[in-house]
Design a protein around this ligand. Sequence first.
Ligand SMILES: [Zn+2]
Length: 409
Amino acid sequence: MKKRTLLVPGQIWTDGETQKNWCVLVEGERIAAVGSPRSLGDVSDCETIELPGCTLLPGLMDLHSHLFLHPYNETSWDDQVLKETEAYRTARAVAHAEATLMTGFTTLRDLGTEGAGYADVSLKRAIDDGIVKGPRLFVAGRAIVATGAYGPARRNYRTDCCFPQGALEASGVEEIVRAVRIEVAHGADWIKLYGDYRVGPNGETRATFSQEELNAAVAAAHDLGRPVAVHAMTEEAMQRAARAGVQTIEHGYGGSGETFALMRVNNVAFLPTLTVSEALSEYFRGYVRDESDATESMQMAERGFRNALAEDVTIGCGSDVGPFPHGQNVRELVWMTRLGMSPAQALTAATGINARIIAQDRELGSIKSGFFADLVAVAGDPSIEIAKLRQVRFVMKSGAIFRRDPPIG
Ligand SMILES: [Zn+2]
């Protein structure tokens, strides 16, 4: 007999709707039934968990994380890649994963270890085995970048010694296809490509991989059943990626309406990463949260997001957490509502839409019978006030309870 748990929240929010007087019956790792207490049959054998005053939601998802990074105002990105060992970074990532789960994020798509090899594949395994606590992970291993188009930038260091790079370099169709296959061989669930980077003569962002290279990488990834995510800030790189048939474009700060329309037509989803733009502005532009005017890069991110909204592109929730502290993923939803989404839209992005983007929408992202019991309860109603997501009281993943705060009052 599987263990049965009955959750009795103040209300349930799922798939854009609020349900009062509904309970959730969890059996083993899945949701067995959802509905009015009477509809659930005999529940006398269940452990009952009351969550009065709370809204029960599907576990939240962040589709752009870096568990192997920590904030740049603690240690610069270069120093993390060059001076921190993989063991040290993995120890940190374990703590980061637990902090993330405890704040209600039960699924992450982690888009590159940034110089920590395939430690993400092992972390995922340790989480799945129940050795350490963390969200469900979809991992990318090493990102793939055009030769010389990433960091640490060689021009900033002595040239008579070699040093590690934050991603795997490739040039030409043959190399990029090989790179994709190497990533898959090591356990990548997703292929992460950098479509552009700060490689211009004055450090401006320019497209890196050619159309031909991107097409070949996507074909190789799809042959192996792996979807593709592309970092792209410029129109050129976004358009090349969309034409190549990738699944998601990350950042998209420079995207015009025309480019987002091309993404919509090609069925490419958008992850706006608004919070990282704020964080980098704090570290490098003297931006003070809730005080300063938006910096140039924040305004650019905002324009991109509003263009995407207007063009009705599929917009998921992806924050680029890592450069800002793990466990603060919810800041992305707050930003999405500041820039034009309703709280319910932002919640949908972080649950049902994210599940669809990662093709897990038959098991994740909704409170439905048969789905994984990934559930979070927060005090109050986040579909009215998104900041209520900060008041997490209860977290369940695969039917196991990871957080259970005492009832309020
Ligand atoms: Zn990123």
